[in-house]
Write a protein that binds this ligand. Sequence first.
Ligand code: C2E
Ligand code: CA
Ligand code: CA
Ligand code: CA
Length: 266
Amino acid sequence: YSVKRGGRHGHQAYEPGLEIIANRQLHADLRHALERHQLHVVYQPQWNPPDGELTGYEALLRWEHPLYGPVPPAVFIPIAEQSGLIGIFGEFVLRAACTTAMQWPPGVRTTVNVSPLQLVENKLLAEVCAALTASGLPAGRLELEITESKPAVDSEGALITLHQLKKLGVRIALDDFGTGTASLDMMHRFSFDRMKIDSRFVAGLPEDTRGHAIVGSLISLAHKLGAQVTAEGVERMEQAFSLMELGCDEMQGYLFGHPDAQTSVL
Ligand code: C2E
Ligand code: CA
Ligand code: CA
Ligand code: CA
């Protein structure tokens, strides 16, 4: 994590020494982030544009560092995974998301990201049950997103947990669809309720003919396997129209709502 210096447009002096110290500091500080109330959850809406309908919110974790300000999840989630904190953080997000979702209309679901490391540990099922019971949220309104861009998802233990969660009525989504190496194998072995198409394929629509072909094929593949499709990173109207034409079920992105615009600190 590079320390911001010289402002947005100024030169960023590359100081590897400083970077290592900052990184060590982040590792140390993350240990206390939860008890010091520096973590909170924000929610980004998911839409079904043809129906003009709000279908759910994705819960995204935020860390407000007392010195550095907001640290991106792309930086602190890997640190949490390396230092064994991801389980505690994951449970925090799960509980916050289920409790918050009770304030939303009954048709609106809540979506929680699950690290592959949480899946291979065998505590997830019990934690999900506890979060649902404590909040009173029906299992069908909770969706868990499993990213395929990291390994360890396709182990036997992970698959058993996924099956048990599905039996409970919780929905399972495959995140970052199209970016991982285990994707086809995973889809062959498990019946996902949803595939989330990564923003990299959505970015250049509708002009990007290769992206168009890939998105079209992913949607048709998902539908053949009985899964719904959500496109991520939708920022422009033309992208949304193109996705609608391709039969995409739901969309998420700054066009429909920014996650940091609406905060819920629990
Ligand atoms: P993700 O699950 O793919 O989440 C979507 C990311 O795209 C979020 O970044 C969101 O803020 C961003 N985004 C949404 N709409 C747009 C858009 O229109 N344009 C662009 N350019 N970006 C958009 P964020 O919040 O920085 O999170 C990054 C990643 O960190 C997430 O990617 C997820 O993998 C991970 N993450 C976040 N919260 C959690 C969590 O509670 N648990 C776990 N395990 N991972 C989390
Ligand atoms: Ca996600
Ligand atoms: Ca994603
Ligand atoms: Ca992504």
